[in-house]
Design a protein around this ligand. Structure first.
Ligand SMILES: Cc1ncc(COP(=O)(O)O)c(C=O)c1O
Length: 493
């Protein structure tokens, strides 16, 4: 049962408003002193109000790491709203939540089972904790362009081989809105009495509408991390971490979060989290009904444009359900790569999507989108098809030759932490074959880190990275943006 009266309030915003309205001479950080010191340009552009509320942890406000007032109250309301026992507000994005979840469950040498397409923050968590990854290859789209979820059977197999694992981490939903069979996965994980940690960065909205896939927590997750800023209406970097049940130690989590968060948490971010929670409890279903209608209309209209198809992988391995507010459109039948279409959209057609891959473009639809946005999106696809398509079979053949998931190296030759801290040498990409990577390299598509500290570099990996570059994909994480050289563990040491 939700506390209806309490859920109407926004305690952090109330406390902030009271502090901002209290007349006083400020001799504390931040240096702009409630906006009085900001540049004229900033004042003209943003107004002063935002700075008047950009306050530190004043006595009448609260302290994120020892909450006893408005923040404590707001976190308790969020826990109730999101179906958790306890919630922490995060000011360093889900990135710090994922790292803290790993630090709270694994120490040096402990095993963590996780999908090979885990976000960079999970790799950071492995480096910082010293945990040993047990990777599971995710299922993938037949095009090889999109990585989906891991399956319950793959999780069972990993647990059978590694019954001493300390936790399992799941990516739910994926960037493309693909949701694995989380109910079944939670049951199999709990059979070993270990926690299921869920990177639900893209799923903060799921709990608030019956036509969306189940939220991770309602499906049995012990811990979930949500980027409230990605799909709900909090400010960028504002996220939440929720726990439920008895398999996690809240004190260790609190301590882990202190290791990875700023000691000057932004009151603006915290207030925006509190307001996003209140908005969802009061109006979430109604607002999401509208978003779902818009998404459905967009899906139907785009699907009718010749040469375009909208992802619907439901009931395939690795895709139990799909978040309908995420649209992933395949554009290659138009003779364009996702990257080319993305550029045309952005530069010529006034539409900016979320994530291009070789064959697809992905769009996030949320409460903030309007019918006019959808009209513009559908018009942009119509224009793309009519004015920019370039049917070219050889181009499509090239793209179809890509597909890396089957050749991915799963077993690290060294722990990610040891490789990260080991002495390094910088080699050309060709010379690096046979060495152990000391860095993280993630090509899009399919957004799977093909290299990370501790993984051996194979010639197939190098070929794949070159092919991604050649076809205009993009590669993140590498220390040399042109990827001519790569840092490896110094083998002579
Ligand atoms: C799957 C996934 N997990 C975690 C993160 C990190 O989230 P944040 O940007 O809130 O730090 C992202 C960011 O894109 C993500 O896609």
């Amino acid at each position: 049962m939700t506390n209806d009266k309490g859920q109407r309030t926004i305690p952090i915003l109330d406390a902030l408003q009271a502090c901002a309205g209290h007349p006083h001479a400020p001799f504390y950080a931040p240096g702009h002193k409630r906006g009085k010191g900001i540049s004229d340009r900033l004042a003209n552009l943003w107004g002063k109000s935002v700075f008047e509320h950009d306050l530190p942890e004043l006595p009448d406000f609260d302290n994120l790491f020892a909450p006893s007032g408005g923040i404590k109250e707001a976190q308790a309301l969020a826990a109730e709203a999101f179906g958790a026992d306890k919630t922490w507000f995060l000011v360093n994005g889900s990135t710090c939540g994922v790292i803290a979840a790993i630090l709270a469950t694994c120490g040096t040498g402990d095993k963590l089972i996780l999908p090979r397409n885990s976000h960079q923050s999970a790799i950071a968590g492995l480096v910082l904790s010293g945990a040993s990854p047990i990777f599971i290859t995710p299922e993938s789209d037949p095009s090889g362009d999109l990585a989906h979820s891991i399956t319950p059977d793959a999780v069972s197999q990993a647990l059978k081989e590694h019954p001493d694992a300390k936790a399992v981490m799941l990516l739910y939903p994926t960037y493309h809105g693909v949701c694995g069979d989380i109910h079944a996965i939670a049951q199999r994980v709990h059979h070993y009495n270990i926690p299921l940690l869920v990177d639900e960065a893209h799923g903060a909205h799921l709990r608030f509408h019956p036509d969306l896939p189940p939220s991770a927590m309602s499906a049995g997750a012990d811990l979930t991390i949500q980027s409230t800023h990605k799909v709900l209406t909090a400010m960028t970097q504002a996220s939440m971490l929720h726990i439920k049940g008895h398999r996690l130690d809240p004190e260790r989590l609190s301590q882990a979060l202190q290791l990875v968060q700023s000691t000057s948490p932004s009151a603006l971010l915290l207030a925006s989290l509190d307001a996003a929670r209140q908005q969802m409890v009061l109006y979430g279903e109604k607002l999401l009904s509208r978003t779902l209608r818009l998404a459905e209309a967009a899906r139907e209209q785009i699907q009718q444009i010749p040469g375009l198809s909208v992802l619907d992988a439901t009931n395939t391995p690795g895709c139990f359900t799909l978040d309908p507010t995420r649209l992933t459109v395949r554009v290659t039948e138009l003779g364009l790569s996702g990257f080319e279409a993305d550029e045309i959209f952005c530069e010529q057609l006034g539409v900016i999507g979320e994530l291009p891959t070789f064959q697809h473009l992905t769009f996030i639809l949320s409460l903030g989108n309007t019918a006019a946005d959808i009209q513009q999106l559908v018009q942009a696809f119509t224009d793309l098809q009519q004015r920019y398509s370039r049917p070219d079979a050889s181009f499509r053949q090239n793209l179809c030759q890509l597909g890396m998931t089957s050749g991915l190296i799963l077993e690290p030759s060294m722990s990610p932490r040891d490789a990260f801290f080991a002495p390094k040498e910088r080699l050309t990409l060709d010379q690096s074959v046979g060495h152990i990577s000391a860095e993280w390299i993630c090509p899009y598509p399919p957004g799977i880190p093909v290299l990370m500290p501790g993984l051996a570099i194979a010639s197939t990996t190098v070929d794949y990275l070159r092919q991604v570059q050649h076809l205009g994909g993009y590669i993140t994480g590498c220390s040399d943006p042109r990827l001519e050289r790569v840092n490896v563990v110094n083998s002579k040491d």
